[in-house]
Design a protein around this ligand. Structure first.
Ligand code: UT7
Length: 334
């Protein structure tokens, strides 16, 4: 019997118009454009401004663009999954709010919290619903308003992150395209190096938590860097070996955009040349769940049917993984 696979049949990304440049950060904290660019590769990032604006607003823009490109209405969507760590509220799920804003009424929806691996975990989860044959159109969103949880007096984190969103549509295919394989990992002992201390059930919000600035990203950069270099490189190499893919077989590495040095290490381990690596960290910074779909959006015009893509991420949790995708259409028009 022919196997049903989940193919990506459309992609769209959205970032807010306002920019935060390295030059502006130089005026806010003790940093330099030279330090930021040489240590991370980031030049500028987009910031969502406006009262009452949240992650769902960016996710909704990405999904609206996606439906328009595919030429389908919101009522055709069966399920929407949103990867995010900056949901509009503790509850309900941001996925529900995105559906409401887009007019998706015949679907159910929920969020997945896997930090920087949020898009990959959501994509793999969504693909299972297609592979069972029960669902025909599933939307996967990766969206984060990181500026909502960044301390702009902390130079070690505020230079790294930006806001943005991307979305893909998954549909069934009997052909050899789509989500081909995945390897995903989680290790909760990584919490000590990367987390948000207050706001959850362990440390609910109080005057003290606000005064002590505990509602922001805390990161011990060096241990995260070391774990990310090993984790992302090894899992990317592992998925190639498992599926007998050589560096020549890989058309594109689509890495999470946390640090240019982590991306370079991953490409080197895979034996993949720089010309095959999607890198847009200089324009967006680290948008957490948004990075991988924003790469796919930016490179969509160059993608060809049959291209082998390795999507790879490492982030808070720790969570990490790699997904092998065989691209299902040529260029921008799905
Ligand atoms: O996506 C989620 C997962 N996160 C990641 O993958 C991030 C992983 N970590 C990293 O990318 C890097 O560790 C950072 C970019 C966060 C930091 O780079 P680093 O090369 O590891 O720097 P460091 O933390 O070892 O700091 C080196 C120096 C320190 O000064 P001293 O102690 O040597 O005097 C820092 O205080 O750089 C200083 N520093 C800065 N200087 C200027 C830290 N942040 C800044 C800054 N501007 N913004």
């Amino acid at each position: 019997m022919t196997r049903t696979r989940a193919a990506i049949t459309a992609i769209h990304g959205w970032v807010p118009p306002d920019l935060l440049t390295n030059a502006e950060l130089e005026k806010m904290v003790d940093t330099t454009d030279e330090w930021i660019q040489s240590r991370t590769g980031i030049r500028e990032r987009h910031i969502l401004k406006g009262e009452g604006k949240g992650t769902s607003d960016m996710g909704a823009e990405a999904v609206k663009g996606l439906l328009k490109k595919r030429g389908i209405g919101p009522e055709e969507i069966d399920l929407l999954i949103c990867g995010t760590v900056t949901g509009d509220h503790i509850f309900p799920a941001t996925a529900n709010i995105i559906c409401d804003k887009v007019g998706i009424k015949n679907a159910w929806s929920y969020d997945i919290n896997a930090a920087c691996s949020g898009f990959l975990f959501s994509l793999v989860t969504a693909s299972q619903f297609i592979e069972t044959g029960k669902y025909k159109k599933v939307v996967v969103v990766g969206a984060d308003k990181m500026s909502a949880i960044i301390d702009y007096t902390d130079r070690t984190t505020c230079v790294l992150f930006g806001d943005g969103a991307g979305a893909v549509l998954l549909e069934p295919t009997q052909e050899e395209y789509g989500i081909m394989d995945s390897i995903l990992h989680a290790d909760g002992s990584g919490i000590k190096f990367l987390h948000q201390k207050a706001g959850g059930s362990v440390m609910p919000p109080s005057r003290q938590t606000v005064d002590q600035r505990l509602h922001y990203v805390f990161q011990d950069g060096q241990p995260v860097f070391k774990a990310a270099v090993v984790g992302m490189a090894e899992v990317s190499a592992a998925i190639m070996e498992k599926n007998h893919l050589s560096a020549d077989d890989v058309a594109w590495l689509v890495p999470h955009q946390a640090n240019l040095r982590i991306i370079d290490a991953t490409a080197r381990r895979m034996g993949v040349g720089n010309e095959k690596v999607m890198i847009n960290i200089e324009r967006y910074g680290n948008t957490t769940s948004g990075t991988i779909p924003l790469c796919l959006h930016d490179w969509e015009p160059q993608l060809k049917k049959g291209d082998n893509l390795i999507l790879a991420a490492f982030g808070g949790g720790f969570t990490w993984g790699a997904v092998w995708v065989k691209w299902a259409y040529d260029g921008s028009h799905p």
